[in-house]
Design a protein around this ligand. Structure first.
Ligand code: F0G
Length: 462
């Protein structure tokens, strides 16, 4: 008998209590936090879906690996185990550890980008964009058109627009030192990129003599979607699919806080000897010696084990299903979400849900506040607070107003998700009463992390 229930493929050895609060306590907490969920105390959150980054539960195998951590400054055994684990998957020649993904981005862009140049990407994530702009270069997003229509179903909405890629390389090639593809496309809804798209992008880049890099944070989830959705891959292992994805690129940046299953860490991996040397020199300046790059030996051990656990079929089946489970409930109830559900998160389409709130009153931000106020759930806005402020100081509404509910890996169970669904369905019932917010104070860059806001009306709900 083949049973159809997909279970959590683990049992729980260690638990961490979570704390309920009253609505009045949450209302007060929001005011103190300047209506910014990043400024809440985590202990005031019941279910924390702010991010899937560094928030996962490590396995007993990873904790055991950590005890083998070799803390030698140079040439530690842990580095070589880490390097081997990365190379088994990527076959990339140089593996440079960093304390997290954005450090890999900073070091890469610092080594290849000059002011006025352009990086093409299916969609840059916020820190990636900020690291490009910090070099006075342009971060240009070229997802396929379907990728910008939240409710349209397409198997690989994360794909890069190949026509635009070719056109831009032909017309502005001398200003474009590298091209990136983000798998899965986080800002675009956690949507996967097909193997065919990576292969075709690689061919185009090669023709123009440009290196192609993967932003590989969620490479294992992407590999699973290829296995499920792309012809010819159903019988291949996620590892074999991942290896093939990496075979088309010249390098990658990686946040091991996602599909590295670790609480901290990342790496830059690449084939070019000269560029690798330049990056290692930059690494020594800020992160550390090239055999630890800002990590403890035990961190590298946890990542070496985690990268391969992320590719286990039982794990990936459960992981993708648990996100789709919430997606199915919301879809059935008519809550507009990015379709189909992404790999690591559900994205509520706030423009679709709250058409009465104009974009300059930040509907997705307002919705994220209500989910906390009503249910103690923390999510993150991916909309005009995050992306609306332009480098020249002007304000331009984001392409989409999304609320992302990101699932930490191996942390919450099905009843947590059932509770979450109840909260969202309740908020959907009272949606007409939700009002927008305005920014009171904000820094010049990455404002969503520290900005302070307030309700435009007497309160968030009227
Ligand atoms: N690239 C992508 C696609 C990401 O999602 C992230 C992080 C990074 C790069 C940077 O990695 O955090 O290790 O420095 N995303 C987290 C998120 C923070 O919540 O989506 P990092």
């Amino acid at each position: 008998m083949q049973f159809k229930t997909i279970i959590e493929p683990f049992r729980i050895k260690s638990v961490e209590p979570i704390r309920s609060t009253s609505r009045a306590e949450r209302e007060a907490a929001l005011e103190v936090a300047g209506y910014n969920l990043f400024l809440l105390k985590a202990e005031d959150v019941l279910i924390d879906l702010l991010t899937d980054s560094g928030t996962g539960a490590m396995s007993s195998g990873q904790w055991a690996g950590m005890m083998l951590g070799d803390e030698s400054y140079a040439g530690a055994k842990s580095f070589f185990r880490f390097e081997t684990a990365v190379q088994q998957i990527t076959h990339l020649k140089h593996v440079i550890p960093t304390h997290q993904g954005r450090a890999a981005e900073r070091i890469l862009f610092g080594s290849v980008l000059k002011p006025g140049e352009v990086v093409l990407n299916n969609t840059h994530f916020d820190t990636t964009r900020a690291n490009v702009e910090y070099r006075h270069a342009e971060a240009r997003d070229i997802p396929i058109r379907e990728g910008r229509q939240p409710q349209l179903v397409h198997p690989f909405k994360g794909n890069i627009d190949l026509e635009l890629l070719e056109k831009m390389l032909a017309e502005e090639g001398d200003r474009i030192p590298l091209v990136m593809i983000t798998v899965t496309n986080n800002s675009g809804g956690g949507q996967p990129v097909s193997m065919a798209n990576i292969r075709a992008a690689s061919e185009i880049c090669r023709r123009f003599g440009k290196p192609l890099f993967l932003d590989a944070c969620r490479f294992a989830e992407n590999a699973w979607f290829i296995k499920m959705r792309e012809e010819g891959y159903a019988d291949q292992t996620p590892l074999a699919i991942a290896q093939k994805m990496f075979s088309y690129v010249d390098g990658c940046t990686m946040s091991a806080k996602k599909d590295g299953m670790a609480n901290i860490g990342g790496f830059l991996a690449l084939n070019d000897d000269e560029l690798a040397q330049k990056c290692k020199n930059a690494l020594i300046l800020s992160e550390g010696f090239p055999t630890y790059g800002g990590l403890a030996g035990y961190d590298m051990e946890a990542i070496a084990v985690g990268l391969h656990e992320a590719l286990e079929e039982d794990y990936l089946r459960y992981r993708i299903r648990s996100v789709a489970y919430l997606g199915d409930i919301l879809t059935q109830a008519g809550v507009p979400i990015v379709q189909p559900p992404g790999g690591h998160a559900i994205y509520i389409d706030a423009l679709g849900m709250l058409p009465h709130i104009p974009q300059h009153e930040y509907p997705a931000w307002a919705l994220s506040l209500i989910l906390y106020l009503e249910g103690g759930v923390r999510s993150v806005e991916i909309g005009s607070v995050m992306f609306g402020h332009q480098p020249d100081g002007s304000e331009k509404p984001a392409a989409m107003e999304l609320v992302r509910l990101a699932f930490p890996r191996r942390v919450y169970t099905q009843s947590h998700v059932d509770y979450l669904a109840e909260v969202i369905l309740y908020v959907n019932e009272i949606k007409e009463r939700i009002r927008g917010v305005r920014i009171v104070e904000a820094p010049e860059t990455l404002r969503h992390f520290t900005a302070r806001l307030e309700p435009v009306d007497v309160s968030l709900i009227v």
